[in-house]
Write a protein that binds this ligand. Structure first.
Ligand SMILES: [Zn+2]
Length: 408
């Protein structure tokens, strides 16, 4: 046989070898890094505001050894779009809550002004995309808890004008018009005023966030809202039966309406064994919070210190099991299998929650992209999960807002 007759066979073999090489582990690591660092990586819930708002001298431009977020670590982890949470304890209502919200909104704007090379304040999805093109981190704001508008729709509109782009309808306690998942039902979901608030949020282009709310509040909001809803920081109840998480039925209803669930990394929301053990030693999340409040009142530093002390002493003594960062992947994958990759994203709860082992701070984020790529997720789906889905909901919210404002 002449050797040239072997040529097609040799070529096929070479192609086959190339194909095999493409899927080796090292190539996936490299591809995942490239995809991660060229994508918009957007996190919808970070409590870092409490650090730069209440701690004099806290500098976002410096690398810290505590907490989860600062500019150097965001750069290292490729996190380039972030919603800072505006929050005060849900039992503080009326004018003091409004004042605290405005103080924190101002603190976010001042912090961005102090770091113009790295940060840019964004009000629209287009501005987030532009910030990414410029290599700057997009800063956005969400108000965590409807109690912060002081029952006054004018305050809500003012928040919108100041750049707030989502509001969580309630926090840990019921507010005057929405039931929380961690309180006794008082309103059977949303009151009529609460429904008006949702409509006004639509009109102002403020995304409706259903993390923290009771199941009935979620279904009421879903019925009233003209825009898709977001869960800014919630995980899947099917994997960890916590009231703060969403049931499969809720995730399906959210997705059917075009919304997105942004997965929370908090240990007790993602790992059933940890949640059960935590409930056993603390009497459950509600009792744990009540005890901390009895000890600390409204001193937030004292409250977070007490919770951390309880958790770390229980972990050291083996009463709380370790939780791996891989649980985050399980929750993302569960939601994707349930409703598809168009309806899932990232809502870490950094600086407000206890992170699982392996996700100690935002520098670890590239691991999520790599783990999902190893599961066979396409580049397209990964970019959606990393930030594209949330930007789609933001754009839909902007569109509805424009339509409603021109209609009146
Ligand atoms: Zn929260």
């Amino acid at each position: 046989m002449r050797w040239t007759r072997l040529l097609p066979f040799a070529c096929s073999l070479a192609l086959l070898l190339t194909a095999v090489r493409v899927v080796t582990a090292d190539d996936i690591a490299e591809r995942a890094r490239h995809l991660h660092f060229s994508s918009i990586v957007l996190d919808t819930h970070d409590d870092t505001t409490q650090r730069f708002f209440s701690k004099a001298g806290f500098d976002m431009a410096q690398r810290h050894t505590d907490g989860h977020i600062d500019i150097p670590r965001m750069r290292e982890g490729g996190m380039n779009a972030i919603f800072f949470s505006i929050w005060i304890d849900g039992r503080i209502m009326g004018p003091p809550a409004v004042q605290k919200a405005i103080d924190q909104i101002d603190a976010v704007h001042q912090m961005v002004r102090k770091n113009p090379k790295d940060l840019v304040f964004c009000r629209t999805a287009a501005e987030v995309r532009e910030a990414h093109k410029q290599g700057r981190i997009a800063v956005l704001m969400g108000v965590e808890g409807g109690h912060m508008i002081g029952n006054d729709v004018r305050v809500l509109r003012t928040f919108g004008a100041l750049g707030v782009r989502y509001m969580t309808l309630s926090h840990f306690y019921n507010d005057e018009w929405a039931d929380s998942s961690t309180d006794k039902p008082a309103h059977n979901g949303l009151t009529d005023f609460g429904k008006d608030i949702v409509r006004e949020m639509n009109r102002q282009g403020i995304m409706v966030d259903i993390s923290h709310v009771s199941d009935k509040t979620f279904y009421d909001a879903l019925e009233v809202s003209k825009t898709p809803l977001i869960a800014s920081h919630s995980s899947c109840r099917a994997l960890c039966n916590h009231v703060r998480d969403m049931s499969d039925d809720m995730i399906k209803a959210l997705a059917a309406n075009g919304g997105v669930i942004q997965i929370n990394y908090e240990r007790s929301f993602i790992d059933q064994a940890y949640k059960d053990a935590f409930d056993k030693i603390s009497g459950g999340v509600v009792e744990a919070m009540n005890k901390v409040t009895r000890d600390c009142g409204t001193d937030d530093d004292c409250r977070s210190r007490k919770i951390q002390e309880l958790q770390s002493s229980a972990e050291k003594s083996g009463r709380l099991p370790p939780v791996s960062w891989q649980r985050i992947i399980d929750h993302i994958d569960h939601a994707v299998k349930l409703v598809g990759a168009d309806h899932v994203g990232l809502g870490s709860d950094f600086d407000g929650a206890t992170m699982p082992t392996g996700m100690e701070d935002c520098t670890k984020l590239p691991k999520i992209t790599e783990a999902l790529m190893r599961k066979g997720y396409s580049d397209d789906d990964l970019r959606k999960i990393l930030g594209g889905n949330l930007l789609r909901v933001m754009e839909a919210t902007e569109r509805v807002s424009r339509e409603m404002q021109t209609a009146h």
